[in-house]
Unconditional design. Structure first.
Length: 64
């Protein structure tokens, strides 16, 4: 476990969520090598401790 308390799977979850905040839990779990339930538990924990504060949409100014 890393010094900050996150392991490699937590970091994978964070990378995937940063890439696509709307990824399905099934796809996220598959990409990080977990089943859905433990993946969801880890994601919720990251939200609870404030690592993930919110989910936002990135707008393309050219389309506005």
């Amino acid at each position: 476990m890393a010094r900050n308390g996150f392991d490699a799977i937590d970091r994978k979850i964070l990378r995937e969520i940063q890439e696509d905040g709307r990824i399905s839990m099934v796809e996220l779990a598959d990409k990080v090598g977990l089943s859905v339930s433990p993946c969801l538990r880890r994601l919720r924990k990251l939200e609870e401790i404030g690592v993930i504060r919110k989910y936002v949409a990135l707008l393309d100014p050219a389309h506005l």
